[in-house]
Design a protein around this ligand. Structure first.
Ligand code: 6GU
Length: 264
């Protein structure tokens, strides 16, 4: 998968080169390009923002630098102003010919559709994701309208709170998506027993010692009875979900009699 990120703070994204995502990049499972929006602002001050039409607080990101940056990411644009970021997209010239699916443009915004595990799984099948990280009050709406000619445009929120810009939200979404790419997580079974994978939160986990500061590991986990352990774990998942996320439980349609017995 190819992922491009456009931001006025490209250094933010460096955290993605650590840990498992960094390893996926090193292994060629993920090809990550980070681009500085200011490299596509060609006036003397490299201006990327201006005051909003109609008045109001704050500043709005200007359309043209975004258009140039997104064209560059598609392999269509002029080279960016700074030579040091010119190398990062040379390999994609010629992409977009034939029947390649449209790249997906994710625009992080508290006004977007709420990102969840279902969307992460959907995006993990994409060939090319582009994240447009806005700052200030956001990006001129016409950029999103114009980008619809070349991209599937998806304004996306990571939850009901406000961040200062799209960088951290993009990192959240990139981490959630890239760990679903085959090969990124060493043991794929660890993906299937997680919270949000099947609509239930995960069961509590324990490791040695069996007694720690007077707290015991539940005895059934030491029993070796795999069927009983599986039932116990499912019961804990059901209880935990009912307690902290009743909204998730209400959406489940496949609860059987044994499941309902725990919840009553
Ligand atoms: Cl995606 N961006 C910003 N700026 N704030 C947010 C958000 C995104 N999701 C929740 N709050």
């Amino acid at each position: 998968m190819r992922i491009d990120v456009v931001s006025i703070f490209p250094d933010y994204l460096e955290g993605l080169t650590l840990s498992l995502i960094g390893k996926a990049i090193d292994q060629g499972l993920l090809d990550l390009g980070v681009h500085d929006l200011r490299d596509f602002a060609f006036d003397r001050h490299r201006t990327v923002d201006d005051s909003p039409y109609g008045g109001g607080a704050g500043m709005v990101m200007k359309a043209e630098p975004w258009a140039l940056a997104l064209e560059h990411v598609l392999g269509r644009g002029p080279a960016p102003a700074e030579a040091d970021s010119a190398a990062d997209s040379q390999d994609r010239l010629g992409e977009g010919t034939g029947e390649a699916p449209r790249p997906i443009l994710i625009v992080p915004s508290p006004a977007g559709e709420v990102f969840d595990q279902r969307i992460a799984e959907d995006l993990a099948h994409a060939q090319h994701l582009v994240f447009a990280c806005g700052r200030y009050e956001g990006i001129d709406q016409r950029v999103l309208d114009w980008a619809g000619e070349s991209f599937d445009v998806r304004p996306m929120s990571i939850g009901d709170y406000v961040l200062n810009g799209g960088e951290v939200a993009s990192m959240v979404m990139i981490e959630a998506v890239s760990r679903l790419i085959p090969g990124v997580i060493g043991n794929p079974e660890s993906l299937t027993e997680e919270s949000h994978e099947d609509g239930l939160l995960e069961y509590p986990i324990f490791t040695k010692p069996a007694t720690w500061r007077g707290h015991e590991v539940p005895e059934i986990l030491l029993s070796g009875n795999h069927a009983a352990i599986a039932r116990w774990r499912r019961d804990r998942r059901l209880e935990r979900t009912a307690e902290v996320r009743p909204d998730l439980l209400a959406e489940l349609s496949d609860l059987d009699a044994a499941d309902r017995a725990v919840l009553d």
